[in-house]
Design a protein. Structure first.
Length: 144
């Protein structure tokens, strides 16, 4: 019963404190704009990409696709789409961090966690793996 009474009071409160239209000017917003999340960097990549070699020429077959998914809470990267070596990496938020799981053509799935570096970039560090034997399977330990 107390819960219903509190809800009824809260529902009526806006009407009790309503002002005339002449004095209803909105107050200046005091809610700070949230800082951009590191995942936003990956969201900005949405679309199809092709790689260039170090000599500036196109790297044949080096195509990538970035897709914002899951209501904006994740980014799916597809490397070499439509080929036998297609691989996917899912980037997602974990609090203030960005984590990834890479679904490798070799069959194992390393996980990494990003931390901001002093120069403003993100550095990913190995954070375990699925379907992975560290004595047998190679993997990236970190990635700038």
């Amino acid at each position: 019963m107390k819960r219903l009474l509190i809800l009824a009071v809260l529902a009526c409160a806006p009407a009790a404190f309503a002002q005339s239209p002449a004095t209803d000017a909105p107050a200046a917003s005091t809610v700070p704009t949230p800082a951009p999340h590191a995942l936003d960097r990956f969201k900005a990549l949405a679309g199809d990409w092709s790689a260039e070699g170090l000599d500036g020429n196109s790297a044949p077959g080096a195509r990538m696709r970035y897709e914002v998914t899951a209501g904006g809470s994740a980014v799916l990267e597809t490397l070499f789409p439509g080929t036998p070596h297609e691989m996917r990496t899912l980037y997602a938020r974990d609090g203030d961090d960005v984590v990834l799981t890479h679904f490798c053509a070799s069959g194992h799935h390393p996980k990494m966690r990003a931390k901001p570096a002093a120069d403003g970039t993100l550095v990913f560090a190995f954070d375990g793996a699925l379907n992975f034997d560290p004595a047998r399977d190679g993997h990236m330990q970190d990635a700038p």
